[in-house]
Design a protein around this ligand. Structure first.
Ligand SMILES: [Zn+2]
Length: 159
């Protein structure tokens, strides 16, 4: 029996925590997952089944990547500013601030690359691929019926 994964992120069957669980995370794939500990199935609605669900809005908008890049830029300005300030006023610097600077640069690059992927349609293409995989899964009638029983709105063609 497929049970719903609670927001605590613990398997509804054996109560073992799902590793790396974050309730805000979204990914693509089947929402029916198998617990690695007890091998039983549970419904994890953080996984988007693209054949029957819409993609996460953030994956369609270039502004998401730009926001990440801006966040990185703010981090870089603050960490570099702080480092220069302590270096010149006290002759010392904090290695942690250097790490923050490096992480900020990574965020800037990641954000810009992400925005470019949305703008050039590369991201759409990878979503199309995932949608195809999702449609393949839905071709399995038993799976389509299982999802419908779990409350998913399944188009007639799959049933
Ligand atoms: Zn389990």
């Amino acid at each position: 029996m497929v049970q719903i994964l609670p927001t605590s992120g613990k398997c509804p069957h054996c109560e073992k925590a799902i590793s790396g669980y974050s309730s805000a995370a979204r990914d693509y794939g089947t929402p029916i997952r198998t617990c690695r500990n007890c091998n039983q199935q549970y419904l994890d609605s953080r996984f988007i089944e693209l054949a029957v669900e819409e993609p996460a809005p953030r994956d369609l908008s270039a502004s998401t990547g730009l926001k990440v890049a801006l966040f990185g830029a703010a981090g870089l300005i603050i960490s570099v500013g702080f480092t220069l300030f302590t270096l010149f006023s006290r002759g010392e610097y904090y290695p942690r601030m250097v790490i923050v600077s490096v992480m900020s640069v990574i965020l800037i690059i990641y954000g810009i690359v992400d925005a470019i992927r949305v703008k050039t349609g590369a991201k759409m293409k990878s979503l199309d691929k995932k949608r195809n995989e999702s449609e393949q899964r839905l071709m399995d009638k038993a799976y389509a019926h299982q999802l419908r029983e779990l409350g998913y709105n399944i188009p007639e063609k799959y049933l």
